[in-house]
Design a binder for this molecule. Structure first.
Ligand SMILES: [Zn+2]
Length: 349
């Protein structure tokens, strides 16, 4: 089940376990089972994990609230959970593909849900419709960064998109903190709080079995989104993300990485360094572009090679602002605000 990692030819080596079919689970390590869960969107799946607990399972993340998602759970209930029940649900972070079905599953299985205090706080805020004044404030934020037409991502901006695919706020029984440990069926897992992708994001690490559940912090094939917005609790998310990668680089190189999207792999150090270099490259390109003062919107063509709209544009402008703010906060760029409130970034003298 667990071949020695071969890191000589490619930076990553994938675990030789085929993805489980819908309604089935696949063992990936001692006491750890993989669920591949359908998503009705471009990113067409999310990985959820079942960890053995005494007489039951701990579930890590839940899937998006949708007809497809609920049908997938009904199959899993018949084929897997009928023999061995859920005991606990834990959420890595607030995003809907992770937390969407937590309230629905909690009601069906009558189990506690654990997640960080920050995840609970953000979910509870997002599940309440914004006031017109709050929506206007968000529109002003994006206008100030040079985006004039916000129509294509209005539902993301207002939070409607989130509320449509999240089944409600589960009751949170415990808020795990960074470095806290918990034992389930002889395995001792340690929470690692990682920033940048989402405030309060939690990874789960089992050092003696060398398993790391990364949520969206490290993914094998795509770079996790790191976005700055005017209303996030984290004002420098790229700095938080790069600092988190530094912690993950230190883990045992033989660690099996269980990401939320893509396949399980070995090579945590290599992937963390690749992701760091990806962002450093973006920072270099932005510094070059800002020889002439640029809005965040004008830098999109520097960072992304395709025309963006809708949710992709929402993520991309957030990513551009995160990088520009990182450079501004480290003194490499300055912010210039004109009399119309438009913010441009320029090289520091
Ligand atoms: Zn996420």
């Amino acid at each position: 089940m667990r071949p020695a990692p071969d890191l000589t030819s490619s930076p990553l080596s994938y675990l030789q376990v085929p993805p489980p079919a819908p309604g089935e689970i696949a063992a990936v390590s001692q006491g750890v089972h993989w669920i591949r869960f359908p998503l009705p969107m471009e990113l067409d799946h999310i990985n959820l994990w079942l960890l053995d607990d005494d007489g039951g399972f701990v579930l890590v993340d839940t899937g998006l609230s949708s007809d497809v998602g609920r049908a997938a759970w009904e199959r899993l209930e018949q084929q897997v959970l009928a023999m061995r029940p859920l005991r606990l649900i834990v959420l890595t972070h607030l995003h809907p593909d992770h937390a969407g079905l937590a309230a629905w599953l909690q009601a069906r299985h009558r189990v506690p849900v654990w997640t960080s205090r920050e995840t609970e706080r953000q979910m509870s805020q997002l599940l309440v419709p914004l006031t017109d004044a709050q929506i206007a404030e968000r529109r002003t934020f994006f206008h100030s960064h040079g985006l004039s037409d916000l129509g294509s991502f209005a539902a993301s901006l207002s939070g409607e998109r989130y509320r449509a695919v999240v089944s409600g706020l589960p009751q949170i029984g415990h808020h795990p903190r960074d470095s806290e440990e918990v034992s389930w069926n002889g395995a001792t897992w340690r929470w690692i709080e990682t920033g940048g992708h989402a405030v309060g994001h939690l990874c789960l690490h089992e050092p003696s079995r060398r398993v790391l559940i990364t949520g969206d912090q490290i993914l094998p094939a795509i770079s996790p989104n790191v976005s700055a917005t005017g209303w996030s609790a984290d004002t420098n998310p790229l700095d938080s993300y790069l600092r988190s990668l530094e912690r993950l680089v230190e883990l045992d190189p033989a660690t099996l990485v269980l990401p939320s999207h893509g396949r399980p792999f070995f090579g945590v150090r290599e992937r963390a360094l690749e992701l760091r270099n990806h962002h450093l490259n973006h920072l270099d390109r932005l510094l070059e572009a800002c020889r002439e003062p640029c809005t965040a919107s004008e830098t999109l063509r520097v960072l992304f090679r395709r025309t963006l709209s809708g949710f992709h544009l929402y993520l991309a402008i957030g990513e551009a602002i995160a990088h520009l703010e990182y450079l501004a906060r480290s003194g490499q760029l300055v912010r210039l605000t004109d009399d119309r409130g438009t913010i441009r970034y320029a090289r520091a003298a």
